[in-house]
Design a protein around this ligand. Structure first.
Ligand SMILES: [Zn+2]
Length: 351
């Protein structure tokens, strides 16, 4: 059973109706409690980090002088502890909820090449055309790790080892780029049209909502421990990397996606809105994303200021969940190191 506290939007959803007095008072978010919670978790995490120097510990794990025969045993032991880590994160935190819609959660549990995704994923060698494009157009500053095309995702690397993913969960480890990229492409798969009227399909220009699609993919693919980049950085990155000329489109996209997430929409639901989206120049808004945020706000009787507070609180709540996941991953890593020490001790005493 999950014991974690419900998110604020869940509380809002559960409320049948807020009384006129409650509405007048505005949405009460207990920022003090959230902040206290965050501080305590941060302290606990850095305490554990200091104790273990986790970054070096994993290297130690990998290079441990274990005899060939014992290596298999050591790996099996680590795998078991890793599986327990995943189980603990799943039951003790809400951190995986962001990776539910894309299937990333199943990828973490079963191995990235065995996840249950909406579209097939192929791990292949990077085509020469992509390599040259990165080198020439992006002057080697940008490396394409994968892409969504022909209703599937191709990936230009081998899937990372579970130990790399483990380290990524503790801190931005070697698999971080790959996990982000995979989730990013999977978000694009959620933006594929599921139901669309013919009129809309004809009216829409291909590539029209690139700014919106990319903002959604970038904002969402930074789940668990991978620190969400600042919106200002994302705007610059998408503007330059994807040659988006209209800055308003990016600003409005970031704003709408933050609000919809804080109001409780998941990536599949947002993806379907993105699929049908239109840019309305005179209001500088994305339809129907903005309309949906307005509809939910009025359903919950929220003023603009309430929604802003909700966005802020949502960010803090997600950070709390990801810190909890990081702590679990680190605690289990400490246990793994101890168990391996036991194993090597056993080997040395036998020799
Ligand atoms: Zn993209």
């Amino acid at each position: 059973m999950n014991e974690f506290e419900p998110r604020i939007y869940e509380t809002l959803r559960a409320q049948a109706e807020r009384t006129p007095e409650e509405i007048k008072e505005g949405l009460k978010v207990d920022f003090e409690r959230l902040l206290k919670n965050l501080n305590e978790l941060e302290k606990k995490f850095s305490g554990l980090q200091e104790k273990t120097e986790s970054d070096k510990s994993l290297d130690a794990l990998k290079t441990l002088s274990i005899s060939k025969e014992k290596k298999k045993e050591a790996r099996e032991l680590l795998k078991k502890i890793w599986e327990n880590t995943i189980k603990r994160i799943e039951t003790e935190t809400d951190a995986f909820s962001d990776w539910e819609d894309t299937g990333m959660k199943s990828g973490l549990i079963n191995g990235l090449n065995k996840g249950q995704y909406k579209v097939p994923i192929r791990f292949i060698r990077m085509p020469l055309s992509i390599y040259l494009r990165d080198k020439i157009r992006h002057k080697g500053k940008f490396r394409t790790e994968g892409r969504f095309r022909n209703k599937g995702i191709e990936f230009y690397q081998k899937p990372p080892d579970f130990l790399d993913i483990w380290l990524t969960l503790i801190e931005k480890g070697p698999a971080a780029g790959m996990l982000l990229c995979l989730d990013h492409e999977l978000i694009h798969a959620l933006q594929e049209v599921e139901t669309i009227g013919l009129a809309m399909a004809v009216l829409k220009m291909p590539g029209e909502n690139r700014a919106l699609g990319e903002m959604h993919a970038y904002k969402s693919s930074n789940a668990i421990c991978l620190r969400r980049p600042l919106t200002s950085k994302l705007i610059k990155h998408i503007q330059e990397g994807y040659k988006v000329k209209n800055l308003d489109q990016l600003i409005s996209a970031a704003d709408s996606i933050d609000k919809l997430k804080a109001l409780g929409l998941n990536d599949r639901e947002i993806g379907q809105l993105v699929a049908k989206a239109f840019w309305i120049e005179k209001n500088a808004t994305w339809y129907p994303l903005d309309a949906k945020a307005a509809e939910l706000s009025s359903q919950y009787n929220l003023e603009n200021e309430d929604v802003e507070n909700l966005v802020l609180a949502d960010r803090m709540e997600r950070k709390i969940q990801s810190l909890k996941a990081q702590i679990i991953a680190l605690e289990e890593m400490i246990q793994a190191i101890d168990s391996l020490k036991e194993l090597t001790k056993e080997i040395h005493s036998k020799q």
